[in-house]
Design a protein around this ligand. Structure first.
Ligand SMILES: [Mn+2]
Length: 285
């Protein structure tokens, strides 16, 4: 059952009055303590019907954890293609956007690290939804730990072609010119291109490449030479990885297409979990 925030709090406090059991005392102390990370939902993919099913799944999961949520980090590629005009945003995703509004209205911090599929999220998320947008990798402190967060595109030693493409995508003049296109045309174009780029990836590339060949792990090692980091959290790769690297932990979040997974930080530990309850344990190699 889904409760609105106030209803849920009333529900919990009524229950607490009814049975002052340790269970509910524990519920109270855990309230609003957790930070969640998700990425690569690719809403819109592969079509409206299937995307809507995944969107509902995501909204239901958010509803199930929001009573204990302090912050939500959207780690990019949340939308398969988002291009925002000055006065126009893409149709759809209203359940998810409504849920985000509900979270921020309730004082929960929501941060959006844009991915390569949603580079063109501009001020709509900030002005309409109260969400902070971050466009590049960032080191920040959450509670007692130092996190290094990024979607993950264009990081690491290779991916030169994409790095050049990204410099065009983020170019202000190119963005201005693209915005002169009619939205019916530009969104059709963007959606077609985006779906194609996802489906073209080969199976082998979608597997974990091992500690020495995984670009984001190499990137994390480079960052560790310069900074002291406790937790790295990335998206982009659509693989589940929970890796010990020196004294740090490197997490790659999986996606909401096949793994339906998230990371949860409780102030002490960072855990990688699937919504079906399975936890992905830390590996060394
Ligand atoms: Mn990506």
């Amino acid at each position: 059952m889904i409760y609105f925030r106030d209803e849920y709090c009333n529900f919990v406090s009524n229950k607490r009055d009814l049975y002052s059991s340790s269970l509910f005392i524990k519920t109270k102390s855990m309230n609003e303590q957790k930070v969640y990370f998700i990425s690569d939902v690719h809403l819109g993919l592969p079509n409206h019907k299937i995307s809507l099913e995944r969107e509902k799944k995501l909204v239901n999961w958010l509803a199930s954890v929001q009573h204990q949520m302090k912050a939500l980090y959207l780690m990019g590629d949340i939308f398969d293609y988002w291009y925002e005009y000055k006065y126009v945003v893409p149709k759809g995703y209203v359940r998810f956007l409504g849920k985000l509004a509900e979270l921020t209205d309730a004082g929960i911090e929501v941060v959006f690290f844009t991915g390569n599929h949603d580079i063109w999220a501009f001020d709509y998320f900030e002005t309409e939804l109260g969400i902070k947008i971050i466009r590049q990798a960032k080191t920040l402190k959450i509670d007692q730990h130092v996190f290094h967060l990024a979607h993950g595109d264009g990081l690491g030693p290779a991916d030169m072609g994409y790095k050049i493409l990204k410099s065009v995508f983020t170019n202000k003049v190119a963005q201005f010119l693209f915005s002169r296109l009619h939205p019916n045309f530009s969104l059709w174009l963007g959606n077609s291109w985006s779906r194609k780029s996802r489906y073209n990836e080969d199976e082998q590339a979608n597997q974990y490449q091992g500690k020495d060949n995984e670009w984001l792990v190499q990137y994390a090692r480079d960052v560790l030479k310069k900074e002291s980091i406790d937790f790295f959290v990335f998206g982009h790769r659509h693989i589940l990885l929970n890796l010990k690297q020196d004294d740090a932990q490197v997490v790659i979040l999986g996606d909401w297409i096949s793994t339906f997974s998230y990371a949860e930080y409780d102030g002490k530990h960072l855990m990688l979990k699937k919504i079906d309850g399975q936890e992905i344990t830390i590996r060394e190699t």
